[in-house]
Design a protein around this ligand. Structure first.
Ligand SMILES: [Zn+2]
Length: 141
């Protein structure tokens, strides 16, 4: 479980026209990804144009919320980590079943238990009134 240091403000996501739908979904505890309406490619992080076919036609599609740990790093030294988060904590790259990868944190997973290929599913951590983050917990398959 990640612990936050009281009194140190946490960064908020910078919301723009491209990622607004993603963060609106997260606020409602829904994980959505951009999907190109011309070639069907899932895209994350959100962007104005499909990286495969250059189309600007896209929609928000609900994710299954499942994936596997593609890579990770454990932050163990306080001076190398974000000052508002108590060490140790893992930062993971999750490869979603939709094929996109996203950077996140784990929820209720000890840093020493993380491994590449670990199945995970999304959870939503309401950290503050104006800050909800998608994180991942270990799943069965
Ligand atoms: Zn496309």
């Amino acid at each position: 479980m990640m612990e936050y240091v009281p009194g140190i403000p946490l960064l908020r996501p910078y919301i723009d026209l491209d990622n607004q739908g993603f963060w609106e979904g997260v606020k409602q505890h829904k994980l959505v990804f951009q999907k190109c309406q011309d070639c069907g490619l899932f895209v994350h992080r959100p962007r104005p144009m499909c990286p495969r076919c250059l189309s600007t036609e896209k929609e928000w599609v609900s994710s299954e919320g499942r994936g596997k740990v593609y890579s990770w790093v454990n932050f163990v030294y306080a001076n190398a980590a974000y000052p508002g988060i108590k060490v140790p904590y893992p930062v993971v790259v999750v490869e979603m079943v939709e094929g996109v990868r996203m950077i996140s944190n784990l929820y209720d997973v000890n840093p020493e238990d993380v491994y590449i290929g670990m199945p995970v599913e999304v959870v939503f951590d309401d950290i503050a009134d104006d800050l909800t983050l998608p994180k991942f917990k270990r799943s069965e398959a």
